[in-house]
Design a protein around this ligand. Structure first.
Ligand SMILES: NC(=O)c1ccc[n+]([C@@H]2O[C@H](COP(=O)([O-])OP(=O)(O)OC[C@H]3O[C@@H](n4cnc5c(N)ncnc54)[C@H](O)[C@@H]3O)[C@@H](O)[C@H]2O)c1
Length: 353
């Protein structure tokens, strides 16, 4: 039995489907708070309806901030739970600054509720946390970068991080944003439960996680929202860095496959992994726009604002080497072009009912 929080979200719902297809029982926790953050367009309710059709799926519209109810669920199923995949979160950089208490109570306190319920009721299980590259704050912006026609790139004579940024980067003395700080708190707690209590926990620091199941909104889900904006001929706003900021993108299925490696062979002691699409699946926003235009045949409308988001990365590419060393069977199966094709055809289907 697998327990998945944020079970109707991009990563959570794909994780649910993955394990339901393997005939596992899945306990899903999600109260569609995403619609509170991002409005109706950001809602994941449609995925709750799909998941509920499967008899092996049990849904709880419980808030992870509600310690009593979370403990009740863990007490009820604890002995049978083999793995916990915790993806529920307030996921947006910008939204967090609107309601810092809400953000912190969900991302940090909510994670602590789950960790403690896990330690008490099912310490035999493994615990996977979807962290973020924002734990490094704006430290990546201190790297020497050169400006090219469509993207920023690492300076040629810089010897480190050629393959992308690894886990050796410092978390300290940087601007994280309010969101980055609540996620870092959770990330450290997950590590500490692994180290201090010798549990099988892993924190995966994601780059841009994407896929056709993302309910992209302006404040979260950059590629999904960009695809939607271009296909519906809506203007897209780029926040600063001339649109040349670089992100690596990984499809949700590849993320779930990575999690499954850990589920099958969990390691003790609080593992930390960067996880992203890597250099091959990186693009700047301008490059992403070009690719979407080419695949869809649509012309984009966008404006570039001078002001960047506070603490936003100029150049982020994940180095997956550490994870690949521990789990050599894992590799990316859906590249950026394929992800975009999937997202575009999903969106076209939606538009035509
Ligand atoms: N998508 C990305 O680019 C990205 C990048 C790095 C890290 N992450 C992290 O990965 C995780 C999953 O991201 P996603 O893109 O699938 O997000 P998502 O918004 O699609 O899914 C998160 C789900 O959590 C639910 N949720 C939020 N607060 C809740 C609460 N208090 N109680 C119960 N449910 C709650 C939401 O309703 C939503 O369905 C998040 O932790 C996010 O911070 C995402």
């Amino acid at each position: 039995m697998i327990l998945i929080t944020g079970s109707t979200g991009l990563i959570g719902s794909d994780a649910c489907l993955f394990y339901l297809n393997k005939k596992k029982t899945v306990i899903g926790i999600d109260n569609d708070l995403r619609s509170y953050f991002f409005g109706k367009r950001g809602s994941n309710k449609w995925k709750e309806l799909i998941l509920k059709k499967n008899k092996q799926y049990k849904h709880f519209s419980t808030d992870i901030r509600d310690k009593k109810k979370i403990f009740y669920i863990f007490k009820k199923y604890g002995k049978r739970i083999t793995s916990i995949i915790h993806t529920a979160a307030q996921p947006s950089h910008d939204w967090a600054a609107k309601e810092p208490f809400t953000d912190f109570e969900i991302n940090a306190n909510g994670t602590l509720n789950l960790l403690e319920a896990y330690r008490v009721y099912c310490p035999q299980a493994s615990f996977i946390f979807t962290s973020t590259n924002k734990v490094y704050g704006d430290r990546p912006n201190f790297l020497p970068l050169r400006e090219k026609k469509l993207r920023f790139e690492l300076s040629k004579n810089h010897v480190f991080f050629k393959k992308g940024i690894d886990e050796s980067m410092s978390l300290d003395h940087t601007t994280h944003s309010i969101f980055g700080t609540s996620k870092t708190s959770a990330d450290l707690l997950v590590q500490e439960y692994g180290r201090y209590f010798n549990l099988k926990t892993a924190t995966f620091r994601g780059g841009c996680l994407t896929g056709e199941n993302h309910s992209g909104a302006q404040l979260h889900g950059f590629l999904s929202f960009l695809v939607k904006s271009i296909l519906t001929e809506k203007e897209y706003s780029i926040f600063g860095y001339k649109g040349k900021q670089v992100r690596d993108n990984i499809h949700s299925i590849d993320v779930v496959n990575a999690f499954d490696q850990f589920v099958k062979k969990p390691l003790n002691g609080g593992k930390v992994y960067n996880l992203g699409g890597g250099r091959e699946n990186s693009c700047s926003i301008l490059e992403a726009i070009k690719m979407i235009e080419q695949i869809s045949g649509k012309k984009s409308k966008y404006k570039i604002l001078n002001k960047n988001r506070i603490g936003d990365h100029i150049w982020w590419i994940s180095d997956n080497s550490k994870f690949k060393k521990d789990y050599p069977n894992w590799k990316i199966k859906i590249n950026l072009k394929k992800s975009l094709e999937k997202m575009i055809s999903h969106e076209i289907k939606n538009l035509h009912g």
